[in-house]
Ligand binder design. Structure first.
Ligand code: MRU
Length: 344
């Protein structure tokens, strides 16, 4: 199933989780090994691993590591695993895949299990493999929609690095590139530079050429009619089709509407939060001002501060298509995405 050429950000070694440190890309390719849930929590918090589906998968392996560690040690192993699950749940707030994956693991732990370490690890591996399968499915569905398009732009990194493998938005771009020539633009994605450091690197690993632009150049690119589609991933989709994604997605959606460019959101159904009716209910992570501030302002008497929200919400009415592994919703403001809830 997996494309061996495509980078794998998360790898299970048999006893530990190997995580590609995305803070160091593209200069260095370094994998760290995590033996427990505390380590996995730290890997998520510090963004060694990032991207909604990858965060959920890493957390699932974190629970597997917790069971592996405590099951043989103590008859109170379940309490210790519960404490680790709580810790993992605090690692990042916006990507719902984290909470979805932890709920899956909790449901498994609530069942009678002959061999809990083996069963919970199998559960984590299934979450990982199902995500890859979903990405390939979405790749084909999204490529069908992009048929004949001459150019796409993506934002942030919604690729193999951000998922179990292959990617959501980049999965669609990979799939369409196999079928036809297409020009790919990537926004640099300030301040963390997921586009400049990760997306263009990941595409180059697969031999797919891309053109990097400053985020602020997107409007001008659209003005010249150089763009047909914007294709992005999502961190959380509300039941009304509003989409939380990397900061700057909303700006691109507004610009796209002004210039007649279409916006596609590609995300597995594990990214849909059926419990919330609107994007207004999504907690949007604020990260440290130091990710933005030049070091000289980073002291307590500084007159310069920074506001650093790392996600925004794009209303459903600005989205042309939401692509999931269960099917496509065109114009989600008009076609209810709830029809996907029980689809297979
Ligand atoms: O802060 P990050 O890098 O974790 O943000 C990631 C994104 O916003 C992605 O676009 C989203 O998680 C989709 S990844 C398939």
């Amino acid at each position: 199933m997996q494309n061996n050429k495509t980078v794998h950000a998360l790898q299970w070694t048999g006893s530990a989780l190997k995580v590609l440190d995305q803070r160091l890309l593209p200069e260095k390719i370094i994998y760290d090994e995590y033996q427990d849930a505390i380590g996995v929590t730290e890997a998520i918090t510090t963004m060694r691993v990032r991207g909604a589906p990858a965060i959920g998968i890493a957390a699932a392996y974190g629970v597997a590591l917790s069971v592996q560690k405590y099951y043989a040690q103590s008859s109170h192993w379940r309490e210790k695993v519960d404490a680790d699950i709580e810790l993992l749940a605090k690692s990042r707030p916006t990507a719902v895949n984290l909470f979805w994956a932890l709920d899956q693991m909790k449901a498994m732990l609530a069942m009678p299990l002959d061999n809990p370490p083996a069963a919970i690890l199998a559960g984590a591996e299934k979450i990982h493999n199902d995500d890859i399968t979903a990405n390939y499915k979405m790749g084909e569905l999204g490529a069908d929609i992009l048929s004949g398009a001459k150019s796409v732009m993506t934002h942030c990194n919604a690729g193999a690095l951000a998922t179990g493998g292959y990617g959501t938005a980049l999965g669609v771009i990979r799939s369409v590139y196999k079928r036809q020539a297409i020009k790919v633009y990537a926004g640099e994605t300030r301040p963390w530079l997921q586009g400049a450091r990760l997306t263009v690197w990941e595409l180059a690993q697969d031999g797919i050429p891309s053109t990097l632009i400053a985020d602020s150049a997107a409007a001008w690119l659209m003005k010249f009619g150089a763009l047909d589609w914007i294709v992005v991933g999502a961190d959380r989709i509300a039941a009304n089709g509003d989409v939380a994604n990397k900061i700057g997605t909303y700006a691109l959606a507004v610009l796209a509407r002004q210039h007649g460019v279409k916006l596609m959101v590609v995300a597995p159904t594990t990214t849909i939060d059926w419990a919330i009716d609107s994007g207004n209910q999504i907690e949007l992570e604020q990260r440290s001002p130091n990710e933005l501030l030049p070091a000289c302002y980073n002291h307590k008497d500084s007159l310069v501060s920074a506001w650093n929200p790392v996600f925004d919400v794009t209303p459903a009415k600005l989205i042309s298509a939401i692509v999931t592994e269960r099917g496509v919703i065109l114009n989600p403001a008009e076609q209810d995405i709830r029809s996907l809830k029980n689809a297979i």
